[in-house]
Design a protein around this ligand. Sequence first.
Ligand SMILES: [Zn+2]
Length: 524
Amino acid sequence: MHDLVIRGGTIVDGTGRAPMTGDVAIDGERIAAVGGKAGPGRREIAADGLVVTPGFVDIHTHYDGQVSWDPYLTPSSWHGVTTAIMGNCGVGFAPVRRGAERFLIQIMDGVEDIPGSALAEGIDFQWESFGEYLDVLSAQRRVLDVGAQVPHCAVRAYVMGERCHDDAATPDEIAEMARVVRDGLRAGALGFSTSRTILHRERNGPLVPGTHCSPEELLALGGALGDVGHGVFEMVSDLQGREPDRSWMVEFARKTGRPLIFALAQNERDPNGFRTALADLGALNRQGLAIKAMAPGRPVGLLHGLQSSVHPFLTHASFQSLRERPLAEQVRELRKPELRAALLREEPGTDNRVLRMFLTNWSQYFRLGDPPDYEPRKSESAAAIARANAKSPAEVTLDWMLERGGRQLVYMPFAHYGGYDFEILREMLEHPSTVLSLSDGGARRPGVRREHADLHAHALGARSLSRPEARARARRADADLRHREALRPARSGRARATDEGGPERDRPRAAAPARAGDGVRPPV
Ligand SMILES: [Zn+2]
């Protein structure tokens, strides 16, 4: 008699083998049988029509704050994630000096759209060093395992103080930062992370610390991974592996032998750039260099709406008096013909090029719907519907936003969706030089970017599929590639993940963490 039998599911065992129908039997804490027909269990779960897999290791999350107060780490735990890796994109909460906590909170708020007020209230900063941070996390119980990377922003702020933003670090400061990274890795960090994208700003503020730092600094801090002999270098960058990043990335990989991963995006500016990047990575991998790209399971994007932190009318002059009003009042006002007409005449009140793109990207605006459709057709975009109905795309979008009492969300993928389907993602995920990543799980603003953190749900085909061809494609893809990619066993490391307070060393681990267009909350 087994303790537990999960019966009749479609088993994807993570070895790369084809999916099979059968039972999974568990005795105590051990999996006793996978596949075939298991004997009776004290407890049985019918899994007909469901997929049974090992837990997912989500290598790119931002739970650094939430982890300290939420033992469930939702929504990732809802999606079958059993290990979440934090500290990506250079942002996190350790090391930190007394009195500087607020600064790190502002960075996370700006970069990842995680409310600073929630972070300030939720985090009890009982640490200074990275090792102390891990000790605090280890002492807490939670439903899944977590691992963390040493974030560049925190290290710069810790060592350089007020000068951490744009100032070049002195040789002494670089040496001190490298020591801090080494200490973090020795204490159990899984890697080191940094941000080199113009999309990552503090709220209303400058680019995050270290964005334009020198290759010397990156090589010195990355060198800590080589010194210690474990860990991954994780990066989000606008350059997608091109020069001037490429030279130091290659030098890093050659010198340290450690893996480096960066976020891969496809966008309108350079629709085929990701193919060039992948071809280049393939060549580097054949030379034995462990540089890989992170590809998402779903396009990276934003959810616009009246309850979101961004929508197309947010900077319009006529909207300013409504900004702080309750939702019901906003909806009532926005239905008045005069205000509506004024709003539709105006332009965004910002000169910020990136923000303007986010606020007027009509050909990539889609009514999200309920259940959501994350793979809408080109003909369903605000631009296309406007053309067909002799309206302006702004008017189409405003009408969407007012549906459901102002709660309708407008989906705007801003990367990976140039083809108006998921074929680009398939191409990325099928490439041997990529890892599935970029869920970006973390404590988001309610109603905003709800799509984040569920790349695994998507990989499992759990999303709603309204289009027959999409369903057919998903059946194909979900049944084979994406499971295997997601579950590809990872390199092991000495690094620790926490598991209800104890070290965990023998499960498959993330090959590396990273992500694309990450945290792209426009600096409103
Ligand atoms: Zn990220």
